[in-house]
Design a protein around this ligand. Structure first.
Ligand code: SIN
Length: 281
């Protein structure tokens, strides 16, 4: 198995593996190591159907169906969610949407968020449809010490508003639509169980507020954090090829789909979400 970094920030291309076949213990361990080291792994030219993708993802943890939009479940395999550039928003506007086209972490609105997300590209457009990632280890590391001290021991509240970000940052107005989930709390920073590194765990998609602060103070602090960390120096942007598997680590990344697929082209992805256990601060 070969592991080749995808750029200076994060990500690695994996070569020499066939994810459709049986994966031996040594390859499994090497994949897990690459995933922990690089945060995003990409494996091109894989020929998977929904059951095979599910079997691969189950090597990393438990896969459960998404909580919302059951209309997107794969018809034979509900744990696999089908993301399509033909998807229409849920607010009756009948607009084509790119689900998750704002910075977020998958399922931080759950008590047990997804530790990892796996996407498999069934159809790719000739242009557009990239996925963007921000390194949240690096984000924590670049925060000034005084700001980090203000975050120490804090928890934040997260909810889901389907297909819209809860927190407005430049270019993405805050949603005024009602949440689809009850609020849950997670530590603002977390130590990754495998790497031992501390990462920031707030995102504009689902983080409503920092608990125990006045709303204005919390809004100002979150806005300052997002302005400092959503920067090109911490970003990796993934350009997709067809039949590619990409798995990313939600414990140390935020990500955003891009809504730039031309109207005459399609992007179809199979997605699996791999579940975490509850975290201590
Ligand atoms: C997601 O936000 O989970 C999907 C990202 C993408 O479609 O690029």
């Amino acid at each position: 198995m070969q592991v080749t970094p995808l750029g200076p920030v994060l990500g690695a291309a994996i070569g020499g593996v066939d994810l459709a076949g049986p994966i031996d213990a040594a390859t499994r361990a090497a994949l897990r190591r690459a995933f922990a080291d690089h945060q995003v792994i990409s494996v091109r030219d894989q020929h998977l159907d929904a059951p095979r993708l599910l079997a691969f993802c189950q090597m990393f943890g438990t896969v459960r169906p998404n909580r919302v939009r059951p209309q997107n479940y794969h018809p034979d395999q509900p744990e696999i969610y089908v993301l399509s550039s033909d998807d229409i928003d849920v607010f009756g506007r009948n607009q084509r949407i790119a689900q998750g086209d704002y910075w977020h972490t998958d399922q931080s609105y759950n008590e047990r968020p997804a530790i990892a997300t796996c996407l498999y590209s069934v159809e790719t457009p000739r242009e557009g449809g990239d996925t963007r990632f921000i390194d949240m280890y690096g984000a924590y590391d670049i925060l000034p010490a005084a700001l980090r001290a203000r975050l120490e021991g804090r928890v934040a509240e997260h909810v889901l508003i389907v297909n819209e970000p809860v927190f407005g940052i430049a270019g993405a107005p805050a949603s005024t639509s009602p949440p689809a989930t009850a609020p849950v709390h997670h530590p603002v920073t977390r130590v990754h169980g495998e790497t031992g590194r501390r990462a920031l765990y707030v995102n504009p998609g689902t983080t409503v507020r920092i608990v125990g602060m006045e709303k204005a103070e919390s809004d100002d602090l979150l806005a300052e954090i997002f302005a400092r960390v959503i920067v090109p120096e911490l970003e990796y942007r993934h350009r997709w090829t067809r039949n590619e598997v990409v798995m990313w680590d939600n414990r140390c990344l935020i990500h955003a789909a891009t809504n730039e697929v031309p109207a005459d082209q399609r992007r179809v992805m199979y997605r699996a979400l791999i579940e975490d256990v509850a975290q201590a601060a």
